[in-house]
Design a protein around this ligand. Structure first.
Ligand SMILES: C[S@@+](CC[C@H](N)C(=O)[O-])C[C@H]1O[C@@H](n2cnc3c(N)ncnc32)[C@H](O)[C@@H]1O
Length: 284
């Protein structure tokens, strides 16, 4: 079967029907969740500290909902309106932006503590886009240069993608390094056709001197374990939907989020009170 990025530009390929089909496919949900957990592991953020992350090509929020679950604040960028619409319907917590990453980012310098991107970068390797822009190297250059600026120093970006050749991996790595990033490629399960995953692990600042982590090897990921974790999440979600309850965040999570907003200078953050984190009764 042909790869999606060879069929049509992303905003056309992920139209209303495909966006729903993609999001509701439990196998896809599971794979995207596993890769997001791995990306977070490679991001290696300090534990118990609030962090504001960028989800590049966030789509319908399958990667973003893991960020929610892990207590991160995040913003997501995607080119496909239908994918973002599904993300809104699913009430993900991140702020969503409709944007072509090949045009580069316009975020304030140092806005993010880290970035992830799950299954997106291969789209930038294709010249075929409905946008009147230039070649893949130009688009990649704009992407990496502005991503570098949008990250704090030090910080990491972890980008999982599906290259079709070593040349593609080399091209992407070179352009990222020219944009100022340190780091390189991590390949998990390199000898498995099914489980092989490529992650570009990029460092801004001090981290550049650090060695790129080793990829996972030999043993295949424990599918049964992954499935159990995933099924438990789904059960929780179903119960929540049935009972008509929306997500209720715990007090610590809300306090962390408010604290981060205040430190970022956001005005009108509500005061902490004894009700913070408690479900309010609806008043009609
Ligand atoms: C396979 S989906 C992955 C979505 C999400 N990260 C996940 O894990 O489910 C790839 C996403 O990349 C987005 N994408 C592709 N090219 C893009 C571009 N140039 N700018 C922004 N988003 C892009 C697509 O619209 C699509 O939502």
């Amino acid at each position: 079967m042909s790869r999606p990025e060879l069929i049509a530009p992303p905003e056309i390929y992920y139209g209303d029907t495909e966006a729903k089909k993609y999001t509701n496919n439990t196998r896809i949900q599971q794979i995207q969740a596993e890769m997001t957990y791995r990306a977070l592991e490679l991001l290696n953020l300090p534990p118990d500290e609030p962090a504001f992350l960028l989800d590049i090509g966030c789509g319908s929020g399958l990667s973003g909902e893991i960020l929610d679950e892990e207590g991160y604040l995040w913003a997501g960028v995607d080119i496909a309106p239908s994918m973002l619409e599904v993300a809104l319907e699913r009430e993900v917590e991140g702020d969503l932006f409709l944007h072509d990453i090949g045009q580069g980012f316009g975020f304030r310098p140092g806005s993010f503590d880290g970035a992830i991107s799950i299954s997106v970068l291969q789209w930038l390797l294709n010249a075929e886009t409905s946008h009147p822009t230039s070649s893949p190297p130009h688009r990649l250059n704009r992407f990496f240069t502005t991503l570098h600026a949008a990250l704090r120093n030090p910080a990491r970006a972890v980008l999982q993608f599906y290259p079709t050749s070593d040349d593609q991996v080399q091209l992407i790595t070179q352009i990222a390094q020219r944009a100022g990033f340190g780091g390189g490629v991590v390949v998990d399960y390199p000898n498995s056709k099914k489980a092989r995953k490529v992650f570009l692990v990029l460092y801004v600042g001090d981290g550049g001197a650090a060695q790129v982590p080793r990829g996972l090897e030999n043993e295949e990921p424990n599918e049964a374990e992954g499935r159990v974790k995933f099924e438990k999440r789904r059960e929780r979600e179903k119960r929540r939907e049935k009972s008509g309850k929306t997500k209720v965040r715990d007090r610590d999570w809300i306090l962390k989020k408010k604290d981060l907003y205040r430190r970022r200078g956001k005005e009108d953050v509500p005061h902490d009170s004894k009700y913070t984190g408690r479900k309010r009764k609806a008043v009609f």
